[in-house]
Design a protein around this ligand. Structure first.
Ligand SMILES: *Cc1c(COP(=O)(O)O)cnc(C)c1O
Length: 221
């Protein structure tokens, strides 16, 4: 169940530390989102395009919608008109399609590069050399309608805090390397999206400035 008091506490404590809160509302009803909206929350995250579009249509237009889940190229067109941040760019071909659709809509779309940092096999994401290759490509250099503003990663789903912490450390180091090598002149490259309900405090200790929290706010899915 949605817990407004928990939301207020978490939201305040994050804002005191200048950490952005992405309220992950996937599978949750419009009415719950509206309640947090009325409490002042403006950033909501969804992982499915169809659900995201439906919620976008129903809810106030000053919500900043973040796509946090794996994105198929053929679905980019549905979110390109309004999406505020795509967390899950994990290939050059996806980025090229985002560029194409952003241009069609005459807007710049902000994106994060998603990295595979967990020990588990199943999670999507780039490794460091793939990201370097993408950022060095001529195709990327020619893009005008996408802006890469940081990195995103998911730690292992594990009770082993040392493991989770080392994965977050790894993502922070990737961020710093990329900042140094590719984005030193771009103040907009500043976002480290890591941390969920179970591990966000550890993530913040390791340098996260954007956390994606679902079940802690909205209840179990
Ligand atoms: C579902 C999801 C979250 C939120 O998970 P909780 O454990 O409910 O906080 C965060 N990030 C991604 C990518 C997700 O898919």
């Amino acid at each position: 169940m949605l817990n407004v008091n928990d939301f207020k506490k978490i939201s305040q404590s994050l804002s005191n530390r200048s950490v952005s809160l992405v309220a992950v509302s996937k599978t949750k009803p419009i009415i719950d989102i509206k309640i947090l909206y009325d409490e002042g929350q403006r950033i909501f995250g969804e992982n499915r395009v169809q659900e995201l579009v439906l919620k976008y249509q129903e809810l106030p237009k000053d919500i900043q919608w973040h796509l946090i889940g794996h994105l198929q190229s053929n679905k980019v067109k549905f979110i390109a008109p309004f999406i505020s941040l795509i967390h899950s760019v994990d290939s050059l071909s996806l980025l090229k399609e985002i560029e194409r659709q952003a241009q069609k809509n005459n807007r710049v779309i902000d994106c994060l590069l998603q990295f595979h940092i967990a020990s588990e096999e199943t999670k999507y994401g780039l490794d460091f050399s793939e990201a370097e290759e993408l950022l060095k490509s001529k195709e990327y250099a020619d893009m005008k309608y996408v802006r890469i503003v940081g990195v995103m990663g998911m730690a292992s789903f594990s009770e082993d805090e040392a493991l989770v912490r080392s994965e977050f450390k790894n993502l922070k180091n990737i961020f710093l390397e990329l900042k140094n090598n590719f984005f030193s002149q771009e103040d907009s490259f500043c976002n480290i999206s890591m941390g969920m309900s179970g591990d966000y405090e550890t993530a913040i200790e390791e340098g996260s400035n954007m956390v994606r929290i679902g079940s802690l706010l909205f209840g179990e899915r």
